[in-house]
Design a protein around this ligand. Sequence first.
Ligand SMILES: Nc1ncnc2c1ncn2[C@@H]1O[C@H](COP(=O)(O)OP(=O)(O)OP(=O)(O)O)[C@@H](O)[C@H]1O
Ligand SMILES: N[C@@H](CCO)C(=O)O
Length: 321
Amino acid sequence: MAVYTDVSDEALSAFLEEYEIGGLVAFRGIAEGVENSNFVLRTTQGDFILTLYEKRVNRDDLPWFLGFMRHLSAHGLSCPTPVVGRNGEALRELAGRPAAITTFLPGVWPRRVHLYHCRALGEAMAHLHRAGEAYVPVRRNGLGAESWGPLLEACRAQGDRVHPGLVAEVSAALDGVLRNWPAEGALPVGHIHADLFPDNVFFLDRAVSGVIDFYFACTDMLAYDIAICLNAWCFEMDGSFNVTRARLLVAGYESVRPLTAAERASLPVLARGAALRFLLTRLYDWINTPPDAMVTRKDPRDYLHRLRFHLQADGPGAYGL
Ligand SMILES: Nc1ncnc2c1ncn2[C@@H]1O[C@H](COP(=O)(O)OP(=O)(O)OP(=O)(O)O)[C@@H](O)[C@H]1O
Ligand SMILES: N[C@@H](CCO)C(=O)O
C-alpha cells in the first residue's frame, strides 16, 4: 500500500485551483509502489497522477527528476510529463509534502515476463539513454558503488537473522566487486533510469507504452542500467537465469545503441554490483521496516540467488552474448 499521506477533498480542490487542468471528477489512492504516495486524479480534462514525495526522496533532487522527465517527453520518450501550475512551476506542496501532477500513461506492467517484453524493454532503454543525452544537469548516483559498504555496515548486526551467513557472503562479494569495478571514464556515462523493473515499464499490444518512476534516475555508466535489467527481468520464478531473455534484451538495446567492447566485457561485474545494490537496499528495508507496516517488504534473498549466479559468470558468454 503506498498512500502514506492522506489528502482531504478540500485540500485537493484548493490545490487544483492552482492548475489549469479542469475540475475534479474522481480521485483515488494507488496501492502499488513503496516509495511515494500516488493518486489517480480524473478531471474534466482527463486522467493525471498526483504524487506526494515521501521521506526517501530528497526534496533537492526533485527539480532534477521533474526536469529529466520533461526533457525525455520532449525528446519522444513516453514517460510521465510534469504538469505546471498557473505560476509555471511543476513542483508544489500539498498536505505538508512536496507534490507534483504528471500525465497519466496508458498500459499495464507485465506480471509475467515474456520474451517479447525483453526485446522491447532493451529498445526502450536505449531510447531513454539516447533521449537523455542532451539533458545537461548531472545527478550523482546516491546508491552507487561507494554506498554499498556503508549500507552493509548498517545491516551487519542483524543481517544474519535474515539468512544465516549472509553478512560474510555479501561482504566477500562486495570486496571482489569493488576491486573490479570499472574505473571512471572506462565506460560511457549518461543519465540512467536505475530502477527499470517490470513494475516501472508499461506495455500495450506487446509494445512499450511508457516508462514510469524516475526517482532513482541518475548519471552513471549506461551499461549499469542494462545490468539492473538483467537482474530484474531475466531470472525465472524458480531462480534460474534465462539466457534467451538476456540475449533479446541486449539485442533490443543494440538495435538503437550498440555496446562498446568494454561495456560487454564489464557486464558480469556490473550485474554483480546491481544485484548487491538491490540486495542491500532490500536488506536494509527488511531490517528497518516493522513487519506490520502497510508496505510489502521485498525479499533480499531473491537477490542473493541472483548475486550467486553472477559470481560464477566468467564472461559475457554466461549472458548469452
Ligand atoms: N504516470 C502514470 N500513469 C499511470 N499510472 C501510473 C503513473 N505513475 C504511477 N502510476 C501507477 O502508480 C503505481 C505506483 O507508481 P510508482 O512505481 O511510481 O510508485 P513508487 O511509490 O515510486 O514505487 P516504487 O519505487 O516502489 O516502484 C504504478 O504501478 C502505476 O500503477
Ligand atoms: N525496484 C526496487 C524497489 C523500489 O525501487 C526493488 O525491487 O527492490
